[in-house]
Design a protein around this ligand. Structure first.
Ligand SMILES: NC(=O)c1ccc[n+]([C@@H]2O[C@H](COP(=O)([O-])OP(=O)(O)OC[C@H]3O[C@@H](n4cnc5c(N)ncnc54)[C@H](OP(=O)(O)O)[C@@H]3O)[C@@H](O)[C@H]2O)c1
Length: 240
């Protein structure tokens, strides 16, 4: 059975770049995101490049959908070596206009779903680590976890929660060989940052492939080394 990975938010941007890299590294893949057509396009693109890949449309704000996506992965591949909790949403709002709906959407997608994935995938991750020495979980946090931003306060707090979760998971699960890393990028050129491209030209943003290359490096680390977080900043940026 080949090594297998599950990537959330895999239809676009950072998630698609990480999924593409994981396929190059020989992983069978489960891709998860909401919009079925976009997800199917990503699946077809990866399959055409030679990957073994299934697509599972799911809204990660729905606990049952998270559970079902892990079940689909388990039924198809029977193992999980790399879990990528990447799906996320960011909604800019001054605090005076904050709505509970938008707050909950960001925390349910960015934070709660990642916790649920750890819970649902724990036995598979433990089994992969027992066999190969290490299983890996990659959580897409953000530079806003390290440098919280105005007008993005709920988003920044959600990403700080992802970072804190990653620390807790390493303390709780490293003994089982499950190593977690929080990715903390600044502006990456994806659909999510189109709103910012008047201020920062797209070609000056971090590439999604830069993030994927950092995850490729993690795959090569020995079981004696954990990288708890990786900040990514643009030249001249003083984010920390
Ligand atoms: N771009 C940046 O500058 C940047 C910087 C730091 C961190 N990040 C983080 O990186 C991650 C990926 O973002 P991106 O920049 O690659 O944006 P993107 O291109 O918009 O990708 C977001 C992905 O998440 C999926 N998604 C969103 N809400 C979902 C939900 N409720 N359930 C399931 N899937 C959902 C989207 O597909 P559907 O919409 O079809 O569901 C899409 O596949 C996010 O967590 C984001 O916060 C991005």
């Amino acid at each position: 059975m080949p090594a297998a990975a599950l990537v959330t938010g895999a239809s676009s941007g950072i998630g698609l770049a990480i999924a593409t890299m994981l396929a190059e590294e020989g992983h069978a893949l489960t891709l998860v995101a909401r919009r079925p057509e976009k997800l199917e396009a990503a699946r077809a693109e990866l399959e055409a490049a030679g990957a073994e890949v299934i697509a599972v449309p799911a809204n990660l704000a729905d606990e049952a959908a998270v559970v079902a996506s892990v079940q689909a992965h388990r039924a198809q591949w029977g193992r999980l070596d790399v879990l990528v909790n990447n799906a996320g949403v960011g909604i800019g709002q001054p605090i005076g206009q904050l709505t509970a709906k938008h707050f909950d959407l960001q925390f349910d997608t960015n934070v709660r779903a990642a916790f649920l994935y750890y819970r649902e995938a724990l036995d598979l991750l433990k089994a992969a680590a027992a066999e190969g020495g290490t299983a890996r979980v990659v959580n897409t946090s953000s530079i806003t976890a390290l440098a919280p931003q105005p007008w993005l306060s709920a988003y920044s707090a959600s990403k700080a929660a992802v970072r804190a979760m990653t620390v807790s998971m390493n303390r709780e699960l490293a003994g089982d060989g499950i190593h977690s890393t929080a990715l903390c990028p600044g502006f990456v050129e994806t659909p999510m940052t189109q709103f910012a491209q008047e201020g920062i030209p797209a070609e000056e943003m971090i590439r999604p492939q830069d993030i994927a290359e950092a995850v490729r490096m993690l795959l090569r680390l020995s079981r004696h080394c954990i990288v708890p977080e990786i900040p990514f900043i643009r030249p001249g940026e003083d984010a920390l």
